[in-house]
Design a protein around this ligand. Structure first.
Ligand code: PEP
Ligand code: MN
Length: 711
């Protein structure tokens, strides 16, 4: 566009004057930043918030008035100073979060090639923190994230939403699946321009390239160029570069003005987007969470699954509202492999270091079925006005009074859930404890299992597994081979236990000893056999995991994760199951008290996973006539003390197949929510591989009896 003007000495002098003025402006901005950091030092020791919205309003008002009095545009002055203020706040926030991090060079992955919007966003993010970085372009968002997981970069900056295109679902799915943490956010204004090799009239253009989304965002402008064909490219920078390399004056590309200039192109038209203000929000992901000083206005991002109760989402949102925590975003995404079930992505204003936010999250954990804190990070994509209200709401003292729980009892389950038994009208259950009659005052100290405590939630927790609800008035039978040995063995077992009324297929996959048979399934191979059998006969599957690294891979295929008796206090394992959105069956330790067991369950709940089923499987006593002493009184005690469901394993509990059915009946009478039973479908009793597994015939008789009892 710029016409070459022959240089004169006067022009040269004026240009030098402009250069000097620009330098002066930059120096003044640097001086302003320096003063801001002096102010921060002045404030340190006093718990003042970093951002003072009232003061910002005054500053912007003053510069606007001054600009207008000098014949300049007031809004322009306001815009320039907002940018300067935002930048200096980000610098100060970074300084508060530890100075040494700033001197180290970090590496940041982004999707695309140099000078794409994603790259510029990464540069902006790093620039505002005062750090220096090496930027690594990846071929896809997934590749950028993979390099973060692999440890080849320190951060990945990925786009999460766009004001014209909406949410970027791929990134939400990554946040759900991966153990990554949001440590920052950035916004970038998408300012599309059209650029070509030289200053040509728009009418001669024959081809226009860019990322498909960018072409979409400029559709109205492109419609005015009917002769030009749209030609999608991998990203906008690639398109600009291709035009620069082509030597073809009839080819143009859409991208950022900075990028167009960097590739030596001529900008034909600026601001060609359909909407004047297109913004993309990015999140910075890291392998470990970061914490930020309470003075920094922060956002916290969460993933939430609600309970299967009326008004469940409402009650979760009420928890936030009760503590004065505002939402900035609520987005729903389908739960994987759970048709028509949703999880919610929530951004709240607040720093987890703020006791008020911590208390709100504790309350939310008690309401939610699953809660994952994705990260707490300095807020950038929030208007200053909203931040002002967050500042005012910070309590003066640390002690935050918890609001009274809503106390709305959930309606009783309808019992119409296919597969689950309903015992609403079963007179034999009259002896089961009436939890609502137990007053909290009469209960022992529950402070070490507060989230699991009956006093925290009046209603029974119902753990949903496919169409089944475990807990409440249901009675769920989980049965199958103690060990998965082959595809045929577990397939046959699934068929036979299903025909006899089992709801869930059980099977061990990580057998300590290696197999002696070529056909023997082990580990993940056995898991595939178990999953195929469950699928073939319409049963969810449960299997035991023994180490944290098994949790996520197994959770991809298993519907319930079992924690064995020996691992009840394996806190690394409990921590990991607490972070995935899968129901967990927690067996009682061989020598654990009920309180220790509930504390272990509470630990899982505290990580965010509220879908815990307890399982009594016998404890070690002096008695050796049975393998363990099945403690059925635990069922009654547990139902009194916690809202979590409890099932009984009479197979491990007694160790003798002859004792399994009587104890199964007794468990039912004591108020258990279900059974876990070993069934060896292949063989006669005499040939069974262990002492405790029922034959198919015995299992059939037990189920027949139980169903007649229920009728
Ligand atoms: C099992 O159920 O396969 C098992 C090993 O049980 P426990 O952890 O109760 O011994
Ligand atoms: Mn982690």
């Amino acid at each position: 566009m710029s016409k070459t003007v022959s240089s004169t000495p006067e022009l040269h002098a004026l240009r030098q004057k402009i250069d000097a003025t620009d330098e002066e402006i930059v120096r003044l901005i640097a001086r302003r930043l320096e003063t801001v950091s002096q102010i921060l030092k002045e404030k340190s020791g006093r718990p003042a918030m970093l951002r003072d919205a009232e003061r910002e309003r005054q500053v912007l008002g003053r510069v606007e008035t001054l600009a207008q009095s000098l014949g300049l545009s007031g809004p322009l002055a306001r815009k320039i100073f907002s940018e300067i203020i935002t930048h200096s706040l980000a610098r100060e926030a970074a300084a508060l979060s530890g100075g040494e991090a700033q001197t180290k060079q970090i590496s940041v992955a982004y999707h695309g090639t140099p000078l794409t919007y994603n790259h510029m966003a990464a540069q902006k993010y790093i620039g505002s923190s005062g750090q220096s970085a090496r930027f690594v372009g990846a071929r896809s968002i997934a590749e950028a994230v993979d390099s973060l997981v692999a440890g080849t970069v320190d951060l990945a900056l990925v786009p999460i939403e766009n004001t014209s295109g909406g949410s970027i679902n791929e990134v939400y799915d990554i946040l759900r699946e991966r153990d990554l943490h949001v440590v920052g956010e950035e916004t970038l204004k998408v300012d599309h321009c059209l650029a070509a090799l030289t200053d040509v009239p728009l009418q001669i253009l024959q081809r226009i390239s860019s990322h498909p989304l960018a072409l979409d965002q400029c559709s109205a402008f492109l419609a005015t160029l009917p002769r030009a064909l749209n030609s999608p490219s991998v990203d906008s920078a690639e398109a600009l570069k291709a035009v620069a390399d082509s030597g073809d004056p009839t080819w143009a590309a859409i991208g950022a003005p900075e990028a167009a200039t960097a590739f030596g192109l001529t900008i034909l038209r600026r601001g060609i987007g359909n909407h004047e203000e297109i913004l993309t929000r990015y999140v910075a992901l890291a392998r470990a969470p970061e914490s930020f000083d309470v003075r920094i206005p922060c956002k916290t991002s969460l993933i939430l699954s609600t309970r299967h109760e009326h008004g469940a989402l409402l009650r979760c949102l009420q928890s936030l509202s009760d503590y004065g925590v505002s939402l900035t975003k609520l987005e729903s995404r389908p739960r994987p492999n759970r048709p028509w079930e949703y999880m919610f992505f929530i951004d709240i204003e607040g720093n987890v270091a703020d006791p008020r936010v911590g208390a709100a999250l504790d309350d939310l954990r008690a309401q939610a079925l699953f809660l994952k804190v994705l990260g707490c990070y300095p807020a950038k994509a929030t208007p200053a006005e909203l931040q002002a209200s967050a500042v005012k709401a910070v309590p003066a003292a640390a002690g935050v009074a918890a609001p009274a729980p809503a106390g709305v009892p959930a309606p009783a389950p309808t019992g119409a859930v296919p597969g689950a038994n309903t015992a609403n009208s079963d007179p034999t259950r009259a002896g089961a404890p009436d939890q609502t009659a137990v007053s909290a005052a009469s209960l022992p100290d529950n402070s070490h299992y507060r989230l699991a405590a009956r006093a925290t939630r009046g209603e029974d927790t119902l753990v949903r597994v496919g169409d089944l609800l475990i807990g409440g008035n249901g009675f769920t039978v989980m049965a199958g081979p103690a060990w998965v040995e082959s595809r045929d063995q577990v397939g046959q077992a699934a068929k036979l236990v299903r025909e006899r009324g089992a709801h869930v297929l059980r099977g061990g996959i990580f057998k300590p000893q290696a197999g002696h048979d070529a056909d023997q399934g082990q580990g993940y191979e056995a898991l595939a056999f178990l999953a195929a059998a469950g699928k073939a006969f319409g049963m969810p599957i449960i299997t035991e995991i023994m180490s944290p690294d098994q949790v996520r891979p197994v959770a991809l295929h298993a519907d319930i994760l079992q924690i064995g008796a020996r691992n009840m206090q394996n806190f690394a394992l409990l921590a990991e199951v607490g972070k995935v959105d899968r129901p967990v069956l927690l067996k009682r330790g061989l020598s654990s008290t009920i309180d220790e067991w509930l504390a272990a369950a509470n630990f899982i709940l505290k990580q965010g996973n509220g879908q815990v089923i307890l399982c009594e499987r016998g404890i070690r006593t002096f008695e050796n006539a049975t393998r363990n002493t099945l403690d059925l009184s635990a069922v009654v005690v547990v139902r009194e003390r916690t809202h979590l469901p409890i099932v009984v394993d009479p197979s491990q509990g007694t160790g003798h197949r002859a004792y399994v059915a009587p104890m199964a009946w007794a468990a039912r009478a004591a108020g258990a929510h279900g059974l876990l039973i070993d069934v060896d479908a292949g063989l006669q009793a005499a040939l069974a591989s262990d002492d405790q597994s029922l034959t198919t015939i015995q299992f059939g008789q037990l189920m027949e009896g139980l169903s007649r009892w229920r009728a």
